[in-house]
Write a protein that binds this ligand. Sequence first.
Ligand code: PEP
Ligand code: MG
Length: 906
Amino acid sequence: MSTKNVYSFGNKTAEGDGKMRDLLGGKGANLAEMNLIGIPVPPGFTITTEMCNEYYRIGQDAVVQLIKPEVEAAMKQVEDAVAGPKFGDNTNPLLVSVRSGARASMPGMMDTILNLGLNDAAVETLAAKSGNPRFAWDSYRRFVQMYGDVVLGMKPVSKEDEDPFEVIIHKAKHDKGIVNDTDLTTEDLRELVVKFKAAVKENTGKDFPTDPWEQLWGAVMAVFDSWMNERAILYRKLNKIPAEWGTAVNVQAMVFGNMGNNSATGVAFTRDASTGEDLFNGEYLINAQGEDVVAGIRTPQQITIEGSRRWAALQNISEDVRKEQYPSLEEAMPAAYAELNEIQQKLENHSADMQDIEFTIQDGKLWLLQTRNGKRTGAAMVRIANEMLKEGMIDEKTALLRIEPQKLDELLHPIFDPKAVKSAKVMAKGLPASPGAATGRIVFFADDAEEWAEKREKVILVRIETSPEDLRGMHVAQGILTARGGMTSHAAVVARGMGKCCVSGAGEIKIDYKARTITMRGTTYNEGDWISLNGSTGDVYDGKVNTKDAEVSGDFAEIMTLADKYTKMDVRTNADTPNDARVARGFGAKGIGLCRTEHMFFEGVRIKAMREMILSKDEAGRREALKKLLPMQRGDFEGIFEAMDGFGVTIRLLDPPLHEFVPHQLATQKELATEMGLTLDEVVAACNSLEEFNPMLGHRGCRLGNTYPEITEMQARAIIEAALNVQEKGIDVHPEIMVPLVGVIEELKLQAQIINETAEKVFAERGKRIAYKIGTMIEVPRAAVTAGKIAEVAEFFSFGTNDLTQMTFGYSRDDAGKFLKVYQDLGILKNDPFEVLDQEGVGGLMRQAVAGGRATKPELKVGICGEHGGEPSSVEFCHTLGMNYVSCSPFRVPIARIAAAQAAVR
Ligand code: PEP
Ligand code: MG
């Protein structure tokens, strides 16, 4: 642990810098860095993330003892920097903000307190000194409300309860017959403060603290507490942020955006966070404090003229009305805008990444309150990386590392079919806050969204505005629609971070939470009705709208080409049908790493032939049934070989236990008995005889092929005949036959013998030959340990890490769900090992197998075809083992390609 626990900044100097995120949190590090590059930032100090951990370790009193001298000294420095006001001096009060700031940004998840230091005496001084009593009292009532909610625990816990302060405000406005907070007079605000404090006393039994130092320590501890609030814990879980990181606390001199009409506050992005377009953009509010913009309570105005015009067009607002009622910052405060524009460019150049900045203009003077790398959609991520590369701001390797592989998923989801959109009925228009196509049933509350989603219902979460409490609901929804709030509202920011479709600020819709209805252009929709959202245009459509598959083009395609330049591993796909193979090839798959032949047996008449084969009493009967399956299987292989012209295609022999194919319902068993000329009893007995206690460890994999060699014969024949057939058509075909679940070399030897003999027979019949390979899956620990021997026969290895994980841990793939979640909550496991490869255990066996196999055959081709082949950290591990390829489902191919390239670059 470091000996210094508090870091000061201000007046263009700082004790920390931008590289100290771990200790100072993202916000604290960037505040320091902004000072160092000469940007105007209100002075302040950062209490380190380590102190958050200490707070949880040694408790509140001990941690206060530990940092008190440093905090007092740092406050002194702030006082020196602002020259005049002193913290705790009611005749000239220094007011501060207290904000959280973790290593990774967690927007809106933790707590913030503004205007701290006010009390009944200080507010009078503020009123007199600013010459603006309304501003002073507005600041005071905000402070009492925020402090009451955050520190004193007045915030309601359930969704039915309202914030007690909001109830008081609402009543005051109602009594006076006014609508807007801005219509409250100084007198009204004075009365509100009295009522707020009375509510605090009534609810907590204590007086509202008047001593600024007591207020400060309360706020600092509340920020530490908020690290462990429910929504922060959930956010960390969703974003894989470790709890050990802790949050820093930033204490900063207040600057006021609510000092009158020459003051403002806003949020801006150096590029478009939704599309990636290189366009400075953002929103601001005149005479407001920061929270007002993000909370989405007032509809904010745009920063630039260009942005303002685009916004007005979406809202159907004429240019005259726009200029008059919603002028951009560029128009309303040209000097402050010009400075802001210069600073945003400087910040982007300095960080070489898109920045999300917060600013306040106090009486015409601009202050920066925050900068951070902006959260963005998958589309924006790709475009910004590619354009910054072309602009020479970053190099190729950095561009690749800027891609979060999992986020590419957003670009692979279906989009609305343009034809369907043309005929869709537009019911409302909002802001295109986060792109995508979403269709679902209307729900109004986050917990309903969760409940419905659990029942596999697709839902659209419709809210007047969202707050961090809605996080869970947003996570499970297809899309989010809000009536209020702009492009930087909570809904918009969080939705973009999640890659979720969102239309925000659709002012024309009327939501009635009580009746659970939404009215759009004269039509009322109930909870459960279907609507569709177009997050790229802001359109809300009636009912369901058809979608079509996405494709890899433009910036996305260019980044993918760049990935291929650096990658050392190929990416293949797991595909069982020609269509899946084509889709995967479109996403850049170079071959098939796993074709599971059993999936082909489930369709239509095939399952009947399969059942006939399984229920036959002898080999002759089985051969009869297999004859029927042969042409079907051959046809499938031909389609797949054609789709993968020029690339290797690994086809795996039959793997699952046979009971998966036989009917378990009496009616179907009866049908089968009639068809096969057997009695029902015979069929039932045969089906029952296939039951196993541990089917996953039972009669499956090559154990089938070795006990029923005629199955392997049929499959080998289908593969070789199909290969010869397509070769005749001029297709470049590379069949690879893969034997599953080998644990003992003899198992593979026997299967290879059958395959080779069958192939020779077919070659003789056809008078033609074709090259093919025989390899094995490594999915039984014994195979991994004896890989050196197995490689004497196998021409390639493919790690079946689903089974290898199952057998290494001894966790059943089908039953582990029951305890894996608990195990992760208890910290026994960091991840679900079926999702993220266990590098230590399963990975240890893999390392041993690669070494053993290559000791026997230095050129041995090694790949992976378990689910881990599409998971970025597992792909990186495969790279470090020197594997030749990873194979994953078609929609994960681009993710794996980027992950493989990043592994090579790192
Ligand atoms: C595996 O075990 O990892 C594998 C790819 O095979 P399956 O999932 O079909 O058992
Ligand atoms: Mg397997």
